[in-house]
Design a protein around this ligand. Sequence first.
Ligand code: GDP
Ligand code: MG
Length: 329
Amino acid sequence: MDPSTPTARPGDAQPEDGSTGGAPFRSGFVALIGRPNVGKSTLLNQLVGQKVAITSPVAQTTRNRLRAILTTPAAQLILLDTPGIHKPHHLLGERLVQSARGAIGEVDVVLLLVDASQPAGRGDSFIVDLLRHCRVPVHVALNKSDRVGADAEDLAATYRELLAAGDDCPVSWPLHACSALNGDGCQDLVEALAADLPPGPLLYPADTVSDQPEQLLLAELIREQVLTLTREEVPHSVAVRIERIVEDEGKTRGKERTAVLATVLVERSSQKGILIGKGGQMLKAIGQGARLQMQKVFDGPVYLELFVKVVPNWRSHPGRLAELGYRGD
Ligand code: GDP
Ligand code: MG
């Protein structure tokens, strides 16, 4: 795929005994595609068993394509989390859509995620049409199965009809009911996806779960708290830049502490006010929430210092987007 893709270390044993039942080991890339908020990032975290992508009830949380890596005895799946496909409103919106579309062209399998607690709608049909002529196998995950009751079959039928509706190119991709939230159906889903990958070796060491640089994960953990804690007008105008990470900065109760200094960028001074809050309460809560998550990443105490800075229109400046790591590829 891309030249920076790491290969397995020589010491990484390939399962070549009976563990794959004599079938060849398989490996490859799976793109998660779907409308915003259907649960792509939640599924990614569920599949790899730990938090690698941030999630939130606010649409358009995921800004970058993230690779999460899932290794089973039979296969290695490199999962690409893509920003939700939607109509672009400004430059950042366009970059998000480009990024999701780009992913479709370079993978072995596409996983189309839908929110099966709602009937198929226009947003789904836009994406299905985008995928109809796709040359690789497509699977459909009917996510949020924990939310559907007796009407599960009726809802699934609306998705089946949607696939069959294309005049020039009806499709009958396999449907898999699952819940990214509680894990139901996820194992079957992984097996179905793995079966459609080409035979191949481990592409990453078996214990890798993400290719995301640590800085980006830390920035995302802060952004997640902002999305969760602030009012609606702030989230999409927020970017986080990690300024410095100092390991072994000191000790807390005898354990090495890591210091993280970060700047939260917003577009307007009114948003800065909201982020800081009365007497600094909001920024304190954001910092505390992010610090708890970071302590899991570092497996030790973290000191987090947050600054808030106003950068007017950062979303519309290609240079600033690149600086913050948002690529249109
Ligand atoms: P994305 O935009 O597609 O990446 O969606 P997210 O993973 O950020 O999830 C959006 C929202 O849907 C979050 O509030 C999740 O907790 C929720 N969600 C995701 N998967 C499920 C699921 O299987 N069941 C339920 N009930 N909620 C889910
Ligand atoms: Mg997401």
